[in-house]
Design a protein around this ligand. Structure first.
Ligand SMILES: Cc1ncc(C[n+]2csc(CCOP(=O)(O)OP(=O)(O)O)c2C)c(N)n1
Length: 310
């Protein structure tokens, strides 16, 4: 049972909401009204939903270019996100950031970036500030398996471990970086290597199950909030769509369609069709309103050209 006492209904609904938002993006993408590349989280929604169900609004989260799910699960405004994807001045970043650089600091979604691993040190810096100011916040850095190959990942983990910072490192391991499998890229196991920095490591295999993700996150967050220092959580998941864009990419030959279909067959959003049917109409009404807001919003004017840029 979850906090609503109804066996994960709130998390199921949020995962479905994220999926339906991205399915709407798929539908309209061919019209070119979305002015930005999109990296979809379809298949990975339960990770964002479970993680965000275990943290507080004032906890801060830093994401990646694949962040529609985390932006929404953390409480980011759907209308502002859609307007941002359209490049409209009413978007969260006035249309200048697009899908890959979503932010919603008002709900603790601090930012995302197209540069792999680049927000991890930002999260560690925020954790240093939270510790010094004794705010009681836990800071989360969310990144893919590929990000652990970047030097800055190791610099960040080392610094966080050395200074016992209140940061949870969340690796969304979908097994691929673009078209490269883990086995072709890494001579190490991510958790084992990270453990050598002296920080606790946990793994969730059932990344399709928001309750499993929430429970593992909640346990780590509780220890971190109590002053235990940084922790690392690896969550196995599956990206159903292509790396960037809205299609499937099985013809590219880098992964097995059977493996992806096996993940999809375990996905609660596939399995519980009755619940999906019951919840969908209410969610679609919200999505249509957000689309209408984006459609009807103005473009940025010339006066915006040199604002909010260095
Ligand atoms: C520093 C850097 N190197 C390379 C790229 C090109 N690139 C974009 S996404 C990506 C794959 C990253 O994979 P992963 O971290 O596992 O995240 P996923 O896309 O699977 O969510 C790469 C190599 C980049 N954007 N930034």
């Amino acid at each position: 049972m979850d906090e609503q006492g109804n066996d994960g209904e709130a998390m199921f609904r949020e995962a479905l909401r994220i999926r339906l938002v991205e399915e709407k993006i798929i539908e309209i993408y061919p019209t070119d009204r979305i002015q930005s590349p999109v990296h979809l989280s379809i298949g990975q929604e339960a990770v964002a939903v479970g993680v965000c169900a275990a943290i507080r609004r004032e906890d801060l989260l830093f994401g990646t270019y694949r962040s529609h799910a985390f932006y929404l699960a953390k409480g980011g405004d759907l209308k502002l996100m859609m307007a941002e994807l359209y490049g409209k001045v009413t978007g969260g970043a006035k249309g200048k950031a697009g899908s890959m650089h979503l932010t919603a600091p008002e709900v603790g979604f601090m930012g995302s970036s197209a540069v792999v691993a680049s927000t991890i040190p930002h999260a560690v810096g925020a954790a240093l500030a939270a510790k010094r100011r004794k705010t009681g916040q836990v800071i989360l850095a969310v990144f893919g398996d590929g990000a652990t190959e970047e030097g800055v990942y190791h610099e960040s983990v080392n610094f966080a471990a050395l200074h016992r910072l209140p940061v949870l490192l969340v690796c969304e391991n979908n097994g691929y970086a673009v078209h490269s499998a883990l086995s072709a890229r890494q001579a190490y196991r991510i958790g084992e290597l990270t453990r050598t920095y002296g920080i606790p490591v946990d793994e969730v295999d059932a990344g399709h199950d928001p309750r499993a993700v929430r429970d593992a996150t909640a346990a780590a967050v509780e220890r971190i909030r109590a002053g235990g220092g940084p922790e690392f959580l690896e969550i196995r998941t599956c990206r159903f769509r292509e790396h960037v864009g809205t299609g499937e990419d099985f013809q590219a030959g880098y992964r097995s369609e059977t493996d992806v279909r096996a993940w999809a067959a375990r996905d609660p959003l596939t399995v519980d069709a009755a619940r999906v049917a019951r919840l969908t109409p209410g969610i679609l009404a919200e999505i249509e309103a957000a689309m209408a807001f984006a459609e009807d919003s103005p473009w940025p004017g010339r006066e915006e050209l040199l604002t909010d840029v260095l």
